[in-house]
Design a protein around this ligand. Structure first.
Ligand code: ATP
Length: 223
């Protein structure tokens, strides 16, 4: 079943001086349960695709459908209820890690989703000791921050995962564990932006962003 469809989508942003085209001509179809790896050079617009899916960036032209329906403000709310975005910026908070969990799970959208057993299971799964919960988030290593972000995201019980470079600071064994975890659930739809070859697994659709959009650079190259 197709859950997300983009047709001929262009995105422009105003950088304060002028409207700048980020890309145009994006066609993308995502089926439920699919695992997709998005590759492409820095700045080409990969994260922008996640923002389009969540409705935080609107297309300047083209169409977005969610389960066959044209996406409007109401539908973007439905998507946000089902989707979790782990940002490339792993600095998601300050203060004790446990307080961060308490804060995230106090939001009305996440009410009732916190449970200690799942947290313990996920800490073990990703090789974190329970003591990490008492440490200040800002003092954790990059890899620890990434794993805490992953755990928070998993505990919100969503089924669409938008993962932006979530394994960049992990060692090889942990990269494998994280990718294994996201691959194992056939119900989850996973879109991962990554430069890690670890994501290039059998069954993963690899999209080279460079090949599916046009942008000013590619126009310049042609001319
Ligand atoms: N709100 C905005 N205002 C101005 N420029 C923006 C805005 N949002 C995105 N951009 C620009 O659009 C381009 C694409 O950004 P995006 O984050 O999608 O790229 P990316 O492919 O994910 O890059 P990276 O791999 O470095 O994360 C960049 O040049 C970025 O500076």
């Amino acid at each position: 079943m197709e859950i997300i469809r983009m047709e001929d989508v262009s995105v422009s942003v105003n950088d304060g001086l002028r409207d700048k085209l980020i890309f145009s001509g994006l066609d993308l179809s995502v089926s439920k349960g699919e695992k997709i790896l998005i590759k492409g050079r820095s700045g080409i617009g990969k994260t922008t695709v996640f923002r389009l899916i969540l409705g935080f960036t609107r297309p300047s032209s083209g169409r977005i459908y969610f389960q066959g329906k044209p996406a409007d403000s109401e539908l973007f709310w439905d998507i946000r209820k089902r989707a979790t975005h782990i940002s490339q910026d792993s600095d998601i908070g300050e203060g004790p890690v446990m307080a961060l969990f308490e804060e995230v799970f106090s939001y009305s959208a996440n009410h009732g989703k916190f449970d200690h057993d799942t947290l313990d299971m996920l800490l073990t799964e990703f090789s974190l000791k329970r003591e990490v919960l008492n440490k200040k988030f800002e003092n954790l290593s990059g890899g620890e921050k990434q794993r805490i972000s992953i755990i928070i995201s998993l505990m919100t019980k969503k089924d669409i995962f938008l993962l932006d470079e979530i394994t960049s600071d992990l060692d090889a064994a942990l990269k494998t564990k994280v990718v294994d975890y996201f691959m194992a659930n056939s119900e989850w739809t996973v879109l991962a932006i990554s430069h890690d070859p670890e994501w290039e697994r059998e069954g993963v659709r690899i999209i080279d962003f460079e090949n599916i959009v046009s942008n000013e650079d590619s126009v310049n190259k042609v001319n």
